[in-house]
Design a protein around this ligand. Structure first.
Ligand code: C2E
Ligand code: MG
Ligand code: MG
Ligand code: MG
Length: 295
């Protein structure tokens, strides 16, 4: 990192500056080549989507699915979004990437429906950069028209950052999305510190409680209080609420006890490639549902 480079620069005395600048130079080249590689991956269809289920806590039924992007870098292996979404946001590559994700996820759900799968809501993550730097409404319309998916089956997950950056723009875009009939969820809720008075004005359908609060449910009484407060708040505002990162039966039971609407996490199902998700869905509807309802 730059700090390490600076340290070396100081340590190596007179030649230090040279070392430092070479280090920075190498970093810039590495970044530039990664950027080009990502651009190439978007253009040549080297990105894939994996699908993670969400279940309804009332009856254990599958309530929806979230599309999550993956980048297969060949010999380097699969790269997770945390390692390339920030780069995509800084370089603007998030715009073509985001359009591809929207289209691919919509096409996949419509293909499942055409193949006889019961319709599920497909959730797609969108970066605030997509909202501020492109016409998201046009992109969403395009994905719906291209796939033929019922707009009510599309859900956009966005983080509080968009709403914090430019609340008025955020509200306008949310209204336009609602007018299209799509669902809107606030992802990672509780980490962005949006003002509560502002929350009541937001035309959203759902809050997703960030996994950091779910992680220690049952261990940390502070997290129990936060999760229960978010659930109560959501219901009082007529919003549906989802908990993400549910890994244990204990967390699941606590959320169920608090009347949380939906749960998502490794306990229920990991993000899976499309065919694996199809097998998971068949298996879950045959066995998982019976387990959840105690039959
Ligand atoms: P997110 O939308 O909050 O997604 C949840 C992340 O937690 C996913 O990581 C998922 O694989 C992981 N996860 C799900 N259940 C569990 C669990 O029980 N335990 C643990 N430890 N982790 C769980 P992933 O796929 O690496 O994605 C990370 C983030 O990258 C996402 O967070 C989202 O903000 C972003 N992202 C993913 N796909 C896209 C995309 O297509 N577009 C945009 N703009 N962002 C994306
Ligand atoms: Mg999400
Ligand atoms: Mg999330
Ligand atoms: Mg998250």
């Amino acid at each position: 990192s730059a700090d390490v480079a600076m340290y070396h620069a100081k340590e190596s005395g007179r030649n230090g500056y040279q070392f430092y600048s070479r280090e920075i130079h190498e970093q810039a080249i590495a970044r530039f080549s990664l950027e080009n590689e990502l651009k190439d991956a978007i253009e040549n269809n080297l990105l894939t989507l994996v699908y993670q289920p969400k279940v309804n806590l009332c009856d254990g039924s599958v309530s929806g699915v979230e599309a999550l992007v993956r980048w297969d870098r060949g010999e380097h292996g699969a790269v997770n979004p945390a390692d390339f979404i920030p780069l995509a946001e800084e370089t603007g590559l998030i715009l073509p990437l985001g359009r591809w994700v929207l289209r691919e996820a919509s096409l996949q759900m419509q293909a499942w429906i055409d193949g006889g799968v019961s319709p599920l809501v497909m959730a797609v993550n969108c970066s605030s950069v997509q909202f501020t730097r492109s016409d998201m409404i046009a992109d969403i319309n395009e994905a719906i028209a291209y796939s033929g998916l019922d707009s009510r089956l599309l859900e956009i997950e966005l983080t509080e950052s968009l709403l914090l950056q430019d609340p008025e723009l955020g509200i306008r875009i949310l209204r336009d999305m609602k007018a299209l009939g799509i669902q809107v969820a606030i992802d990672d809720f509780g980490t962005g510190f949006s003002s509560l008075s502002y929350l009541k004005r937001l035309p959203v359908d759902k809050l997703k409680i960030d996994s950091s609060f779910v992680k220690d449910l049952g261990i940390d009484s502070g997290d129990v209080a936060i999760v229960s407060a978010i659930i109560t708040l959501s219901h009082n505002l007529n919003l549906s609420v989802v908990a993400e990162g549910v890994e244990t039966q204990q967390q699941y039971d606590i959320l169920h006890g608090f009347d949380c609407n939906e749960a998502q996490g490794f306990l229920i199902g990991r993000p899976m490639p499309a065919e694996e998700f199809e097998r998971w869905l068949l298996d879950y509807t045959q066995t998982g549902l019976k387990k959840a309802s105690g039959l």
